[in-house]
Design a protein around this ligand. Structure first.
Ligand SMILES: *[C@@H]1O[C@H](CO)[C@@H](O)[C@H](O)[C@H]1NC(C)=O
Length: 309
């Protein structure tokens, strides 16, 4: 090969690599995930300015991504607001993904940012961002189906250090008022305490065990295709069915809805500590979780035909 040909071939390869890098960034937007996560990494208990800022950011971002917003207001001494983003409001059936955006007020730990509760919020927005084109195309052709992203408020008890148990007022308010009619919700996936190192995730309910198995298979498939970061296996085909913690999904469960609770098998060591911050997040876990859940949501919505589980 002449030097000129070599040079041209080199340029072509370089261009291809640049193009490929761009495509993979668009599909797997770490930068967006990181920036979004940063917005949540502030103390954000009810009544704080951090809480107000995060609430505004959520509304802005969901609007930018083309979601309709429902603000579901209630009181817990302070004014509280669930921020609900809906893609395809006219749909007959919805997949609902939930997390909560308030952090707990701890008198002795006022810089507590609840990073492992911030991760699920950033993840839901990142999935909405990365699946945005798909959602718009898919829902344009499929009026039956929609996606709800529920960012609950008033999850934490405002009694600070005295009461570690959550009050779950936001999710209860949503279910009581049927902010989205419950008979239109096909499946609830609730995310909690994600992003600490060395944690694994098991199925919590027999009724959704097959879907949990699918999560585990998706993880394997993505690992084989080389898409995942180097990290231990997150989703195990194990049943931890009589051992769930009180969380925002409970009130849906009580109404008979199928629920998946994506929560680690054990509490993170940093739980309710100031050390639950950016420094102690495990990036491979977060990145892989995001890819696995995104693929699952994509597949669930693509499957279209809703079945009862
Ligand atoms: C999609 O449908 C296939 C075929 O029925 C099923 O095996 C798979 O588990 C479904 N995936 C999800 C995420 O619902």
């Amino acid at each position: 090969m002449s030097p000129l040909n070599c040079w041209i071939l080199g340029c072509c390869i370089a261009l291809l690599l640049i193009q490929w890098k761009r495509m993979s960034l668009k599909d797997d937007d770490n930068e967006y995930l990181m920036e979004t996560l940063n917005k949540f990494l502030v103390p954000r208990w009810l009544g704080s300015t951090g809480h107000e800022d995060v609430n505004e950011f959520l509304v802005e971002e969901l609007t930018r991504l083309g979601f309709a917003i429902i603000r579901d207001d209630f009181f817990d001494v302070f004014a509280a607001t669930n921020v609900i983003g809906v893609s395809n409001m006219e749909a007959k059936q919805f997949l609902l993904l939930s997390c909560h955006y308030d952090s707990k007020y701890l008198e002795t730990k006022q810089s507590y940012v609840a990073a492992t509760d911030a991760v699920p919020c950033a993840m839901l927005l990142t999935i909405a961002e990365e699946l945005n084109d798909f959602l718009h195309q898919e829902f344009a052709n499929s009026p039956d189906l929609g996606l709800v992203l529920a960012f609950f408020d008033g999850h934490e008890s405002i009694d600070g250090d005295l009461d570690p148990s959550p009050s779950l007022l936001g999710s209860s308010n949503f279910v009581r008022g049927e902010t989205i009619a419950l008979n239109k919700i096909n499946l609830v996936i609730s995310f909690k305490l994600i992003g600490a190192a060395d944690q694994i995730y098991m199925s919590k309910y027999q009724r959704t065990y097959a879907l949990h198995e699918r999560l585990s298979d998706i993880e394997q498939e993505l690992r084989i295709s080389g898409d995942l970061s180097k990290c231990h296996q997150l989703f195990h085909k194990l049943k931890d069915h009589n051992n769930d913690i009180n969380d925002d999904h409970i009130c849906f469960l009580e109404k008979g809805l199928p629920v998946m609770h994506i929560v680690p098998y054990t509490y993170p060591e940093v739980w309710l500590q100031e050390a639950d911050n950016l420094d102690n997040l495990h990036w491979p876990t977060i990145r892989n979780m995001n890819l696995i859940i995104k693929q699952f949501v994509y597949e669930y919505l693509s499957n279209r035909t809703f079945r009862a589980y």
